[in-house]
Write a protein that binds this ligand. Structure first.
Ligand code: 3HC
Ligand code: NAI
Length: 700
């Protein structure tokens, strides 16, 4: 008995209850008493069966991630020790699962002979999302329980499954609608009475037999799953470990799994991904919005503008089960917008990622209108109209006169001043920026822009809505481009000059993809459409020699088959174009630039370092509250490689002093502002070399 583990008896059945809030993680202080209790019960002849259950909101949700990187993580009794002890029970054992059984939690349950659960429970091995593989037998026992193909999918994706699937696959033995522990006790009592001597999972061979004789098929399935793993080590290790279970004896495969786990645990990628896990949770904690601030109730959302963003935002709400009224200027634009939403769902149905029934349910939550009066009862209205202050003024002025008091009025503006927009209403406290990323139904990031007058409960509502529609929120302050687009502008500033001075689009893009980005900036420009930037430049009276010349030739990117690259007959693969190379040379000649060899290091220094520098300025100004918030923006909104933990984390690992030195070098050489090191960056570099400790007063 301890604070973390209690043992109760129901006749001859022992009930062990774990209680380690908030998520019953397997911390050392829990492992110790749990191990002692299990050994005692195993050897107690008066015990005929065991129920392993948890107090609080959930079953065990994994190893204690805060222990990773400390000696406690591997201190014995380890999680494998606990599972081995469970497997040595000669009387039946059952895990009674409510909430989530994740990672080490699911592995612990697989030390039992049986698993039963509440109808709403979920099961998964999310270690891969922390840059790890399941390190306590998950890659060995799950395949033996449900077969290697299904296990591999769960392990490599890291995504949990529900009770329906778990029961069908054999992961679960029974589901109970209520009284989980009492039912689990009756379940194990019946097994004990029947005198059953079930095999521990480690000794079961029936589900892996077929795959052992068909490794080719296993390899093909694994290759498909690995396609999305983009330079990360953990997914490949997951596959290799499951495969080892088919080619090695259990004990050897188990020991190898542990070796892989320790190797990954000590590697840079897992360190980065663990940083992101905690940063994401920190980002949801906002100064001035503690638990006492309750979100306003949101039962219906209004969306203005059914264009690219409005449609995607509407889908996010529909996916989260929140009814939407979408407004457009004309019936024609409205019909077009709604049809596009339907077509996007149809693609998911065709791909098999959405059922026709689910599509119909979502579409039934959608209403369209051209009349503002229909938005009167909405609890939140999000504006996604043209990016012009005059249009925003018109929309917010109209909303102010129509929408009920207490509703949240949000703008999806990319760059405009949210304080000015709030000033178009008589209720600036209800106005907030909600900046989604394109495609809004897919991208996880939501920048919540806190205006000077935004009320705390409006921020709390935006955070709550973000959670309900499965977005990752980061609260930021008002400035041109907020966090993401402002840093993007700093990253892009040198691209034209690099080309003029001697680099090629494909060379620059390769530096980016080698770093781990899904795409380089030129391929990205072609995908997004070069005409967008061209139009913006024209409206601001700005020019860009090469990009403008491409647009003047009608080369808008993929949509016209030509941009920085050529796209052959509708293909998406960028092919370098000698005409573009000639154009770049011509523009350089016109400017009297002697083109030269440009190294990969130079490209990195002139694109990535200004972005980090801008991130430091953003922290300095309190536009973002923490360096981790900036990392969350970049990983979830712009495809910064997760294995590198975001730009600020990466910069710390690289060494801030070296980055400052190279920024100074480029500043001296070019005199450009983007290279002038931020005071905060200099300070952090000459101090402990850390940005992560910097906490600015508030994002506003
Ligand atoms: N270890 C330590 N702390 C954890 C934790 C863990 N495994 N899981 C969650 N926490 C902490 C969070 O940091 C947060 O702390 P805070 O309140 O101080 O910010 C608190 O618990 C609550 O977490 P959430 O805010 O995420 O709560 P939710 O209810 O939204 O989600 C959850 C709960 C689904 C369990 C989610 O926290 C989660 O996914 N946790 C991680 C699960 C995981 O990755 N498990 C595998 C760990 S690795 C492992 O098991 C290795 C093994 O194979 C050897
Ligand atoms: P879009 O041009 O695709 O859609 C705008 C829609 O708003 C059009 O359908 C138009 O008919 C409608 N509209 C214009 N004025 C209106 C009014 N007064 N009332 C009702 N409807 C009106 O534009 P997009 O790309 O969807 O952008 C919308 C907003 O989202 C802009 O503020 C933009 O800066 C922002 N944004 C855009 C992103 C992108 O990648 N496209 C990313 C993040 C934000």
């Amino acid at each position: 008995m301890s604070d973390y583990v209690t043992v109760a008896r129901d006749g001859e059945i022992a009930i062990v209850t774990i209680d380690n809030p908030p998520v019953n993680a397997l911390s050392f202080h829990l492992r110790q008493p749990l191990h002692a209790a299990l050994e005692e019960l195993r050897d107690d002849p008066s015990v005929a069966g065991l129920v392993l259950a948890c107090a609080g909101r959930s079953f065990v949700s994994g190893a204690d991630i805060t222990e990773f990187g400390t000696p406690k993580a591997l201190e014995r009794p380890s999680l494998p020790d606990l599972i081995a002890t469970l497997e040595s029970f000669e009387k039946p054992t059952v895990a009674a699962i409510h909430g989530t059984a994740l990672g080490g939690g699911l592995e612990l349950s697989m030390g039992c002979h049986y698993r039963v659960a509440d109808a709403s429970a979920r099961f998964g091995l999310p270690e891969v999302k922390l840059g790890l593989l399941p390190g306590a037998g998950g890659t060995q026992r799950l395949p033996r329980l449900i077969g290697p193909a299904k296990a591999l999918k769960i392990i490599v994706s890291g995504n949990p499954v529900g009770t329906k699937e778990a029961l069908a696959d054999g992961l679960l033995d029974a589901v109970f609608e209520s009284d989980l522990v009492a039912n689990a006790t009756a379940f194990v009592r019946a097994k004990a009475k029947a005198g059953e001597k079930p095999l521990p999972i480690s000794q079961r061979e029936d589900r892996i037999e077929a795959a052992r004789n068909d490794l080719k098929r296993f390899d093909a399935e694994a290759a498909t799953l690995l396609k999305k793993s983009r330079g990360l080590d953990a997914p490949a290790r997951c596959v290799q470990s499951v495969r080892n279970g088919l080619t090695m004896p259990f004990a050897e495969a188990l020991a190898t799994e542990r070796e892989y786990f320790i190797e990954l645990l000590q590697g840079d990628q897992s360190k980065a991904q663990r940083h992101l896990f905690f940063a994401q949770r920190e980002a949801a904690k906002v100064e001035g919005v503690d638990k006492s601030v309750k979100p306003r109730q949101v039962k219906r959302a209004g969306i203005i503008g059914a264009g690219t963003m409005g449609g995607g935002i509407a889908m996010s709400f529909l996916n989260g089960g929140i009814p939407v009224t979408i407004l457009e200027m004309s019936q024609e634009a409205l019909d077009r917008g709604i049809a596009r939403i339907g077509t996007t769902y149809d693609i998911s149905v065709k791909r098999g990622s959405l059922s026709e029934e689910a599509k119909q349910e979502r579409m039934a939550l959608l209403a369209g209108t051209t009349d503002y009066a229909d938005l009167a009862d909405c609890d939140i209205v999000i504006e996604a109209v043209f990016e012009e202050m005059a249009v925003k003024k018109d929309v917010f002025g109209t909303l102010d006169g129509i929408v009920k008091k207490g509703a949240v009025l949000a703008s999806n503006t990319s760059y405009l001043d949210v304080n000015e927009i709030a000033g178009f209403t008589d209720r600036p406290q209800d106005v907030v920026g909600m900046h989604f990323f394109s495609p809004a139904n897919v991208m996880k990031l939501l920048e919540i822009v806190r205006g000077e007058k935004t009320a705390p409960d409006v921020l709390a509502t935006a955070l709550d809505v973000a959670r309900r529609i499965a977005k990752v929120p980061v609260v930021v302050g008002v400035c041109h481009g907020f966090v993401g687009n402002r840093m993007l502008a700093a990253r892009s500033a040198e691209l034209e000059d690099l080309l003029l001075e001697g680099a090629t689009p494909e060379q620059v893009d390769k530096v980016f993809t080698d770093f781990g980005w899904p795409m380089g900036p030129f391929a990205m420009g072609d995908l997004a459409g070069l005409d967008i930037g061209w139009r913006t430049r024209k409206s601001l009276g700005k020019t860009a020699a090469i990009a403008d010349a491409l647009c003047e030739q009608g080369r808008f990117g993929q949509k016209t088959g030509k941009g920085y690259y050529i796209y052959e007959s509708g293909a998406r693969k960028p092919v370098p174009d000698p005409e573009v190379a000639a154009l770049i040379e011509e523009k350089a000649r016109e400017r009297g630039i002697n083109r030269r060899e440009i190294s990969a290091e130079e490209i990195t220094e002139r694109t990535l370092y200004p972005m980090i520098n801008e991130g430091a300025k953003i922290l300095q100004e309190g536009i973002a509250a923490r360096a981790g918030d900036v990392d969350i923006v970049w990983v979830n909104g712009y495809g910064f490689p997760v294995g590198k933990g975001g730009p600020m984390f990466w910069a710390e690992q690289e060494g801030l002093a070296g980055i400052v030195e190279r920024l100074e070098h480029w500043h001296g050489k070019t005199g450009k502002d983007v290279f002038e090191p931020a005071a905060l960056l200099r300070q952090a570099a000459s101090g402990g070399g850390r940005l992560s400790g910097v906490k600015t007063s508030r994002a506003a």
